[in-house]
Write a protein that binds this ligand. Sequence first.
Ligand code: 2HA
Ligand code: ZN
Length: 276
Amino acid sequence: MKVLESNFMQGFMRMADDGWQQGWHERNGGNLTYRMKPEEVEAVREDLSFDGEWKDIGTTVPGMAGEFFAATGSGKYFRNVMTAPEDSCAICEIDDKGEKYRVCWGLVNGGRPTSEFPSHLMNHEVKKAASGGKHRVIYHAHPANTIALTFVLPLTDEAFTRELWEMATECPVVFPSGIGVVPWMVPGGRDIAVATSELMKQYDVAIWAHHGMFCSGEDFDLTFGLMHTVEKSAEILVKVYSMTGGTKRQTIQPDEFRHLAVDFGVTLPEKFLFEK
Ligand code: 2HA
Ligand code: ZN
């Protein structure tokens, strides 16, 4: 089967385009990777090439040895994924030590996978282990409301989780484990990858101060929906701050979150249910 005819690649492209249409991917902002299932690799194997040069990942991910990823390309625009997927995206294979990758499909005009490939692969490694292999999607975008809050809220997991939970009743159900916050760091390298993947051991969402958001999930719907929910909640908080300077007349109380958790069968860490 041709890569472009496969369900996973169609889903990948649709998610990238959805993010573009949300306004989360100015210029070449953001990146998306998908850890392919073995049967998906087999289904498109005839359309892959295995004579590409092995290149350093820039970090070591032994847990990702032998995996195949669909990835957006470094410097490529989400805006172009739908119309020029073979130029904008790649399928990459990871070597048997988790140190190198090679391009097996796509990037027909040259280039390499996303500049955040080290962060993506370290997050995939952590989330694969933490989810028993279920998580397959890592998504990074630049949603404006979430970024705006990193100039206003304390840069703590507690502040972001609690404030965003309060803005929409569905939030604690959609991201019950909470949100991690990475202070401002230089993007693209191993240090920010290590900091993010450390947070991803507990969370499915990490916010990079003054930069953007990372989400992890089992499939394209869940991962896009997670980013969408967090950003919608951030938008509501921005509106509240804009109207009032931050004063809320009323909000959801800690005991109300505890009742919600029981009825919806989720566990909400007590560290986020502090009295204000
Ligand atoms: O330009 O978003 O973080 C891609 C990015 C880097
Ligand atoms: Zn970015």
